[in-house]
Design a protein around this ligand. Sequence first.
Ligand code: SAM
Ligand code: DTB
Ligand code: SF4
Length: 344
Amino acid sequence: MSNVRNDWELEEVLQLFNKSFNELLYQAHDIHVKNHKKDMVQVCTLLSIKTGGCPEDCGYCSQSIHSDDPIEATPLMSLEEVEKQAKLARDQGSTRFCMGAAWRRPSNKNIDRVIKMIDIVHDLGMESCVTLGMLSEDQAVRLSKSGLNYYNHNLDTSREHYTKVISTRNYQDRLNTLKYVRESGIKVCSGGILGLGESRDDRAKLLIELANLESHPESVPINMLVQMEGTRLYDNEKVDEIEFVRTIALTRIMMPNTYVRLSAGRESMSESMQALCFYAGANSVFYGEELLTAPNVEVEKDRELFNKLGMKIEGESDQIDNLNNNKTSNAEEKQNIYNLKLIN
Ligand code: SAM
Ligand code: DTB
Ligand code: SF4
């Protein structure tokens, strides 16, 4: 295991960023294979359980009421629909199901409903993750008691750049929720977005915020901005691909044991760029045709890419081994695993 550090400084992170591309990737890949199973990708399906109508003014988000072309608001999804979508995800091979809601913060009544949804996900044998906005300490404890595995709450960018992207909350609000989540025992998923008009310094500073937390997040999503029409940042200059891959490499080097998730924006990335991201240490993706409101890569295309790259979906290979070794007794489970073998 590599040394886990929590004392990163800007100068050394920028020095790493400035290394030659090959040297940086080699270092990141070396750390990756020392700390993770090789050629494995963890997949997580997203579901928007409450879309649109969000009072926050995040400049990148189509679900904000401040967007010029806001997406239509929907009520909180029914438990039946959640179960249907979660089953579909499980049958496509997902091992984690993440439910997102366009809230500034959930009410206690909202939390009651979400806990029932989390139970549904667990009953289907998947890990759970939710992203519901800011939480109180009590709400984090309630979610933890329900057995929730992960809470996603992104810092998005550096402290300095944050005020240019969002004005309805501040960085400390985000950090407070992360603290409540960590203290409640839920695993932390927190990352950022590239393409918000930030500089390389801002990217380095975001990673320093995450890597200098007392414990590293177990999961760090790195999103490429999906430019949504009507949002303030719609016309932003696109991030250079090599710079994006460098940021993935830095994330891997600074947080060696963490799952680094190549997140939103994969739909517009070439296969070669994704392959470079995996080499640089990304080992998790969002899986399924839709993110929250934006399109994602088709499942068939992802499976083809994983096959081409000789990568396996985490959890799936164990399930198939169990079937081959006759270790699975439940008939429904056998059928699901058999279906996975067919898609493979
Ligand atoms: N409302 C909650 C919140 O903001 O924490 C949860 C849902 S919100 C959509 C989850 C995360 O998705 C945001 O923190 C942001 O990092 C990411 N996100 C939203 N819109 C995006 C976009 N257009 N491109 C890339 N990432 C985006
Ligand atoms: C994260 O970092 N990215 C996901 C998830 N956490 C919730 C969301 C991406 C949203 C992309 C835009 C959309 O679908 O609306
Ligand atoms: Fe609301 Fe989350 Fe979108 Fe911000 S990112 S506007 S908090 S749904």
